[in-house]
Design a protein around this ligand. Structure first.
Ligand code: ADP
Ligand code: MG
Length: 700
């Protein structure tokens, strides 16, 4: 419609009312989740193009970020290794030479259709060197636009929306700014003192500059380090940190069960152990004991590398709670692990008089009913289980302590579910995934942290070797030598069943082949599709030493503890992430025997996979591995997609922006320190925002 009524724009105005947009284009945006003017302005440029960096192919050097005009020569789809994945290779040329543009994922369907031979294109990206040759990986590849010559030196690049070009998006953004006044935008949320102290510019300025970059500051924009970037990144972190800081402040105000017994239980447990607790275990327990006796509920994370002995630390806590007449519960991520904890509890806690029970998804109905009645009557001191513990019917008489084991894949909000079963019970999270500092500040930013930074004495570091599939026979020989000495072994596979598409040996067929090849060896098989009772029986036989070699998928990834097993072969190690390899490897090296991990690579392995596994060869330090893993994969992958509060960042990057995260955290704690309930006039906007995103209970 030509004669649309002029209307004042505000940040919540729908995009389609922007002059020059209309319903059709509005629809396109809205399908991408961009509905309002605010959404549009917060659709930040992915990068910038420095037109002054225009170059010819012959003059390129590795590491340069460049822009060049070229002509398409060919577009090929190339299979990657033996997997079903494909890489798209676009070759372009200019009068001075040729270069390959490689795409390991396709931006969207139909993306490559317009890049036909002879087409003039612009390529913007970072030049890489791979096997002695220069190339681009995922460059910005697009049509040369007619008005390109008249534009500025520094141009924002937006992710294309269903073929809507970056330049078109930029035009619409400019239009929006032309029709908006700062006053239509709403108030600045940060008080002036905060902006001064933490050196952040007003939001409106930041938004404007992010879309209209200053070309004399090209370097800063290209590095995402301009003042505008700083403000927007700071703000994203700040909201998360304010929420976490408020939670923490809130926890401290609550009343928790007072658990402060003489400590006879813990003393007797210590005395019954065949070994001494390490100093680090004692320190972690001391932190916990102090929390339990403090009057307000504990919210503590115990971080300890694989094999550092976290289980005993939580048993000490449970026995202390029982001594004060409180019930405890321990939740594990898998049935195998819950079973294992239950067995250990029987061994260590039952002799001290604790009444134990196990509840999992495969607990029979009648048994479950009886168990729940006992629990509600207060006749169970420690209930161990899986997710089944969260169900509504599970009711405690006097729940004092909730322990969640190996639960690194849960978000801030999900963690609370089990906690709601008692009146503000004490809450303890145990994790063996060493968490890089940035993530600890975000995911666990509301918890106190104890670190078990010491392994029990007598453990020698696991020796790790990366080999190619062709050397596997030698690896098996070596395994046989260990078996001959009475040890046990794991062989781990990435998949359960043979898939026609992906040519990988799988656990089931390899298990058969191994049995045929080594008839004198006792093999057993464990995988995720087996019934819980079957899995349990397999684990029991392995634990008892009846089985010599356990052929398994990743179901043994976390927690499984069989100290006599000292060698692990990991097939197709290139398919696993670093943290996963670290967890898997942690199944050996748990006893007095020298331990070995052999990572076997398939034939067609990417450079990156080689790097990853070779890194594992060099280090056993879980923290270093985690940092490297985070760098390689980014936080979403590292933690799994369920991580709340992390997926939401539009601009902030946990690896790149660590320093800003730290400052935003400081700022959030400073605000709450001076004004715990956000009552001050200057903090109203902060208060409103917190309530708006997390509900009224978010303010302490
Ligand atoms: P994780 O921290 O990986 O959960 P576990 O709690 O499963 O580790 O303990 C690993 C192994 O070390 C177990 O077999 C446990 O009995 C043993 N262990 C724990 N603490 C000590 C200690 N202080 N000295 C010797 N062995 C210990
Ligand atoms: Mg454990």
């Amino acid at each position: 419609m030509e004669n649309r009524l002029w209307m004042a724009l505000r940040r919540d105005t729908a995009i389609q009312f922007l002059k020059g947009v209309g319903p059709k284009l509005g629809d396109l945006f809205s399908r991408k989740g961009l509905k309002t003017i605010q959404d549009l302005l917060e659709f930040y440029p992915r990068s910038y193009e420095d037109r002054r960096a225009a170059r010819q192919i012959s003059s390129l050097r590795a590491g340069d970020v460049v822009s060049l005009k070229a002509q398409v020569v060919t577009v090929h789809s190339v299979p990657m290794g033996r997997s079903s994945r494909k890489m798209v290779d676009v070759v372009v040329q200019d009068p001075t030479g040729r270069i390959h543009c490689k795409f390991f994922r396709v931006p969207y369907r139909g993306y490559f259709e317009r890049f036909t031979p002879f087409k003039e294109v612009r390529v913007v990206g970072k030049v890489l060197e791979y096997r002695g040759r220069l190339e681009f990986h995922h460059p910005d590849l697009r049509d040369i636009e007619p008005d390109e010559e008249v534009q500025d030196d520094l141009v924002p690049l937006y992710t294309e929306i269903e073929g809507l070009a970056s330049s078109k998006i930029h035009k619409l953004v400019k239009l929006a700014f032309a029709q908006l006044k700062p006053a239509d935008w709403g108030d600045e949320v940060f008080p002036e003192w905060l902006r001064k102290t933490y050196d952040v510019i007003p939001r409106w300025d930041a938004l404007k500059r992010i879309h209209h970059p200053e070309s004399d500051k090209a370097r800063e924009y290209l590095d995402m380090k301009s003042a505008a970037h700083r403000r927007l990144i700071f703000e994203e972190f700040f909201w998360l940190e304010l929420y976490l800081a408020a939670r923490r402040t809130g926890f401290k105000k609550e009343q928790g069960p007072l658990i402060d017994p003489p400590g006879e239980g813990a003393k007797r447990l210590r005395a019954s152990l065949p070994f001494q607790l390490t100093a680090a275990q004692e320190r972690a327990f001391e932190d916990i004991r102090r929390d339990l006796a403090s009057g307000s509920p504990m919210h503590r994370l115990v971080q300890g590398d694989v094999g550092s002995g976290k289980t005993l630390v939580c048993f000490l806590a449970a026995v202390t709670a029982a001594e004060s007449g409180y019930q405890s519960t321990l939740m594990a991520p898998t049935e195998i692990l819950a079973e294992q904890h239950f067995k250990n509890a029987r061994k260590f806690l039952e002799p001290l008089g604790l009444r134990l029970a196990l509840l999992t998804g495969s607990t029979r109905a009648a048994e479950r009913k009886a168990l729940l009645a006992e629990l509600a009557a207060g006749n169970i001191d420690l209930l161990i289980g899986t997710h089944a513990l969260i169900e509504d019917e599970v009711k405690f008489a006097r729940l004092g302590l909730v322990i969640v084991d190996e639960q690194h894949r849960f978000g801030v909000e999900q963690r609370g579910e089990l906690k709601n079963k008692g009146v503000s019970p004490h809450f303890l999270v145990m994790t063996a995934t060493p968490i890089p500092r940035t993530l600890a500040m975000t995911v666990y930013g509301d918890l106190d942290v104890s670190v078990i930074d010491e392994l029990p004495p007598g453990r020698s570091p696991i020796q790790t070797r990366v080999i190619f599939d062709s050397k596997k026979a030698q690896a098996l020989d070596f395994m046989m030598q260990q078996l001959a000495k009475g040890r046990q072994a794991y062989i781990v596979y990435p998949l359960v069943e043979e898939s026609e598409k992906i040519d990988l040996k799988d656990a089931v067929s390899e298990f058969e082949a191994l049995k045929a090849r080594f008839p004198a060896v006792r093999f057993d098989l464990l995988h995720g599709k087996m019934k819980p009772a079957e899995k349990d029986a397999v684990m029991e036989r392995f634990r008892a030493g009846e089985t010599q070699v356990l052929v398994s998928t990743t179901v043994i990834e976390v927690g499984v503890d069989v100290p006599n097993a000292n060698i692990m072969l990991i097939e197709h190690a290139e398919r696993f992430g670093l943290s996963q390899l670290h967890q898997l490897r942690g199944r050996v090296g748990r006893g007095e025997f020298k331990s070995f991990c052999i990572m076997i690579l398939g034939y067609a392995v990417s450079e990156e996979a080689r790097q990853r596994t070779e890194f594992m060869e060099r280090t056993t330090d879980g923290f270093k591995i985690a940092e490297f893993d985070l760098e390689l994969r980014g936080p979403g992958e590292f933690l799994g997609t369920r991580q709340s509060g992390l997926a939401g960042f539009k601009m902030a990057n946990l690896v790149r922006d660590l320093a800003i995260l730290q400052e935003a955290r400081e700022a959030a704690f400073e605000v709450l320190h001076h004004d715990p309930q956000l009552k001050h006039r200057d903090h109203q906007a902060l208060r409103n925002e917190l309530i708006h995103t997390h509900g009224p209970t978010a303010v302490p």
